[in-house]
Design a protein around this ligand. Structure first.
Ligand SMILES: *Cc1c(COP(=O)(O)O)cnc(C)c1O
Length: 415
C-alpha cells in the first residue's frame, strides 16, 4: 500500500548570507511582499506597478532602451531570454573566466548548435559556429583579448560576463563594447553581479545590444521575482526579423505585460502569463530602495566596505585574488591550503553562509551583499577569523579589530 507522507512544516533558519549571492533581502522588500493583497495579474495596481518598475529599471540600468523589463525567475532566466536570440548555426565568440560565464557559454552552445550537433552531445554540445575563449580563473577578460578574438573570427554575436562572480573578476566592458563596434558583432553581457553594485550606464556601451541581470545580488529581491533585462533597438530588430525558439522567453512577447508593445510604451500591460502581485510589489520596493540609495553612493559604499574586509583577511594571512567590490575571493595562508572546503563547511554549519569557488582552483568566497555597515563587516571578519583559528590558524582577533577600527575612522574623518 502506498501511504502518502505529510512532512512537518518546513522551517528555514535565518542565516548570515555572506557569499557571492543571494544577498540579505531588505526587510522593506519582504514587507512589501507580505503586505500585498491578493489581486490578479490584470488588476490595475499590479499593472501600474509593472509599468513603474519598467521606468525605474531604465534609471537603474542607465538606458533609454524601450525594451527594458524583468523576466520572471532567477538570473539564468533573464540570461536565457537574452541568449534566445542566438539561433542554430549563428556564429558566436564567448569569453569564459569562471563558473558563471562557463554556464553562459554552455547555454550559448546549446542554442547555437544545429540539430545534428545537439544530437551528437545533447547536454554539452560543441557547435562549430561557437568559439569559447577561456581566460584562466582569477584573471580578467581584457579589451585586447576581446579585440584579438573578434578580429580573427568576425562573429555575429559576442558574449562576456561583466563581473564574473565565480572568480570575483571584473571584465573590461568598455573594451568589449568597442571591439564589438569595430568588428560589427552584437555584444551580449551577463551583468548579473554588477547591476545595483557598480555605477554604470549601459547606454555608454553601444557595442552591447543585450544585457541581463538577476533579482538576488545587487538588486536584493530574492523572493523569486524578476531578472532585469534591457535590449537595444538593434537587438529587437534582430528578434523581429528572425524570431527565437521560445514563447515565454521571447523578448518581444515577454515585454508586453510591462507595457511595451511595438517598440512603444503603452499605458497598461497586455496579458502574457500570470504574474504575481506579491512579486511585483517586492520588486517595486527593491527598485525604489536602490534608487533612494543612489547608484553612485551604493557603488562607493561597496568599495569602502570591501576594502575593509579585504584588508582584514589580508592581515589574517590570506591572499585576495578578486577585484569585485561585492565579495573577496581568497587563498588561505600556505599552512591551511587544501582545507578550504572544511573551513567553509564549518562556517555554513553555523549559519555563516560563505562559499568555496565552484570551479578549480578551490578558493574561499566571502560576500557583503546588503551588509554595508561597519558592524556587519566586523561580524563577517570576526566569524571568519574564528573559523580560521578553529582549524589551526593563529589570528589575533584584537589586531583585526584594531585594523577595522582604523579603516572606519579614516572614512569618518573624511566625511
Ligand atoms: C549569480 C550569477 C548567475 C546566476 O544567477 P541565478 O540567480 O543563480 O540564476 C549568472 N551569472 C553571474 C555572473 C552570476 O553572478
Amino acid at each position: 500500500m502506498n501511504v502518502s507522507k505529510i512532512f512537518p512544516q518546513l522551517e528555514i533558519p535565518e542565516t548570515l548570507a555572506a557569499g557571492p549571492g543571494p544577498g540579505n533581502t531588505d526587510p522593506r522588500v519582504l514587507g512589501a511582499f507580505t503586505r500585498a493583497g491578493l489581486a490578479d495579474h490584470m488588476q490595475a495596481d499590479v499593472l501600474r506597478g509593472m509599468v513603474e518598475c519598467k521606468h525605474m529599471l531604465r534609471d537603474i540600468w542607465g538606458t533609454r532602451n524601450v525594451y527594458t523589463f524583468g523576466v520572471g525567475g532567477t538570473g539564468f532566466s533573464g540570461l536565457d531570454c537574452m541568449l534566445g536570440a542566438i539561433l542554430p548555426g549563428d556564429t558566436v565568440v564567448a569569453f569564459v573566466n569562471g563558473t558563471f560565464s562557463g554556464i553562459d557559454g554552455l547555454t550559448i552552445r546549446i542554442k547555437a548548435a544545429t540539430r545534428e550537433e545537439l544530437r551528437a552531445n545533447a547536454l554539452d554540445p560543441k557547435p562549430a559556429s561557437v568559439t569559447i575563449v577561456t581566460v584562466p580563473h582569477g584573471q580578467s577578460v581584457t579589451g585586447e583579448i576581446v579585440e584579438q578574438a573578434l578580429a580573427q573570427h568576425k562573429p555575429k554575436w559576442a558574449f562576456m560576463a561583466h563581473w564574473e562572480t565565480g572568480s570575483g573578476r571584473i571584465n573590461d566592458v568598455k573594451g568589449f563594447s568597442d571591439a564589438c563596434e569595430r568588428h560589427g558583432a552584437m555584444g551580449l553581457v551577463d551583468a548579473v553581479s554588477s547591476l545595483g553594485i557598480e555605477d554604470f550606464s549601459i547606454d555608454d556601451y553601444p557595442g552591447v545590444v543585450g544585457w541581463a541581470s538577476c533579482p538576488q545580488k545587487g538588486v536584493l529581491c530574492l523572493p523569486l521575482t524578476y531578472a532585469p533585462v534591457s535590449f537595444s533597438d538593434r537587438y529587437i530588430a534582430e528578434v523581429r526579423a528572425n524570431g527565437c525558439h521560445s514563447y515565454v522567453h521571447n523578448p518581444i512577447l515577454e515585454a508586453r505585460h510591462w507595457g511595451i508593445v511595438d517598440g512603444k510604451d503603452v499605458a497598461a500591460g497586455v496579458y502574457h502569463r500570470t504574474h504575481s502581485g506579491y512579486a511585483v510589489a517586492a520588486f517595486h520596493e527593491a527598485l525604489r530602495l536602490t534608487l533612494e540609495q543612489g547608484r553612485a553612493q551604493k557603488a562607493r559604499d561597496y568599495g569602502w566596505h570591501e576594502a575593509a574586509l579585504r584588508d582584514a583577511v589580508t592581515a589574517m594571512g590570506c591572499q585576495v585574488t578578486s577585484n569585485m567590490t561585492s565579495l573577496v575571493v581568497l587563498n588561505l595562508p600556505e599552512a591551511l591550503a587544501g582545507r578550504e572546503k572544511e573551513l567553509v563547511q564549518n562556517c555554513r554549519a553555523r549559519g555563516f553562509g560563505i562559499w568555496p569557488t565552484l570551479s578549480e582552483p578551490v578558493q574561499v568566497r566571502i560576500g557583503i551583499l546588503n551588509q554595508l555597515s561597519e558592524s556587519a563587516v566586523r561580524t563577517i571578519a570576526t566569524r571568519f577569523a574564528e573559523a580560521m583559528n578553529e582549524i589551526g590558524a593563529n589570528v589575533d582577533l584584537d589586531a583585526i579589530s584594531a585594523r577595522l577600527q582604523q579603516h572606519y575612522q579614516t572614512r569618518d574623518a573624511a566625511e
